[in-house]
Ligand binder design. Structure first.
Ligand code: ATP
Ligand code: FE2
Length: 326
């Protein structure tokens, strides 16, 4: 069985193709970026509509297949930005109808976890899922992926991107902030905000904004201090979740996990507690459709040809999904 998956929750429109055995055949994406502003849902939607057919074609070419070879279509059903989600769903329905293929909508956050398990070989991890809109500590318990901790306000990636916008360096800000941070080790005190298993970054953002306005600190110092503070917070809550769930594997997921300083901190923490830290490659850490295709394979029993009843789920939570494939 071969599944073609479509991702379109936010800035990325992607198409991935994978076999039932977990052999990746294609992972193509085209992302909306902007020099001056953050993600603009309507512009991202227009971007997706424009590139969709080409991305589908390129993925099939990369896999050396035609649509006749595909057995199943999956798409990112949520959570995400409704205008963007609709583009992916409509394309998925179009392919399903035209080629009489079963269709399954999958949860984007859970797909991050599953592709991490597939590509790193970890068995029962705590997932530190850190992307633009999402920041969650997730672990499997009693047939559900449960959220043990999360951000109480902004997602960590959106927080970093907002800071990048504040200092005028465009979107996405993460890689640029990392570059700036690597230029100094001068730590400027920032609030540290862990509340039980949760974190919050709103207060840190206000504090950073005041520091930018004061003109007393360099962008390098602020970027370094931002990373040291919020990554320490993330590492702390990840460790607490591992202790609480008595799990000895940590899996990273989401675009912010591409950050090598965050990777370093989580590796040190895992080593200290004799646990293992699993870090997928950047291509499957950031939003991608290979994970959607793989999640489609895992949930193939839920696929249907009655596609009229299928709709987007913009606020779909990780712990609402019945996990029947583990
Ligand atoms: P989701 O829909 O799951 O919230 P997303 O659409 O935000 O995901 P991702 O590709 O998972 O997409 O993550 C993008 C985020 O990752 C952006 O906020 C970006 O700034 C951040 N990012 C990418 N590389 C780095 C890096 N090296 N350091 C820090 N942040 C990074
Ligand atoms: Fe994501």
């Amino acid at each position: 069985m071969i599944c073609l998956g479509i991702e379109s929750t936010a800035h990325t429109f992607g198409v991935g193709i994978i076999t039932e055995e977990g052999k990746p055949l294609a992972n193509v994406k085209d992302s909306y970026t902007s020099e001056k502003e953050g993600i603009h849902p309507t512009k991202a939607k227009e971007h997706h509509i424009e590139v969709a057919d080409k991305v589908i074609k390129d993925a099939l070419t990369e896999a050396n297949l035609t649509l006749k070879d595909i057995d199943l279509i999956s798409f990112s059903q949520g959570p995400g930005l409704p205008p963007c989600l609709v583009v992916g769903m409509e394309k998925a329905k179009e392919l399903s109808k035209k080629h009489n293929l079963p269709l399954v909508g999958v949860n984007h956050c859970i797909a991050h976890l599953s592709i991490g398990e597939l590509t790193t070989g970890c068995k029962d991890p705590v997932l530190l899922y850190v992307s633009g809109a999402n920041t969650q500590i997730i672990a499997y318990e009693g047939k559900k992926y449960r959220i043990f901790g999360e951000t109480l306000d902004m997602g960590i990636g959106n927080f970093i991107d907002s800071f990048a916008r504040l200092i005028g360096i465009g979107f996405p800000g993460g890689p640029k902030i990392q570059e700036l941070a690597e230029k100094t080790t001068n730590y400027i005190e920032l609030p540290y905000s862990v509340k039980g298993m949760d974190i919050s970054v709103g207060g840190i953002f206000t504090n950073l904004k005041n520091k930018v306005d004061s003109n007393n600190y360099s962008n390098e110092e602020l970027s370094y201090s931002l990373q040291e503070t919020v990554f320490a917070m993330l590492t702390e809550v990840a460790e607490r979740a591992m202790a609480h769930c008595q799990k000895n594997e940590l899996l990273l997921g989401g675009g912010v996990a591409c950050n090598t300083r965050l990777q370093e901190m989580t590796k040190i923490m895992c080593k200290d507690r004799k646990a293992e830290c699993f870090i997928p490659s950047n291509g499957v850490l950031t939003d991608n459709a290979l994970m959607i295709a793989w999640q489609g394979i895992l949930e193939k029993d839920k696929a249907s040809k009655h596609i009229e009843q299928i709709d987007i789920k913009p606020h779909w939570r990780t712990d609402q999904v019945n996990v029947n494939w583990k």
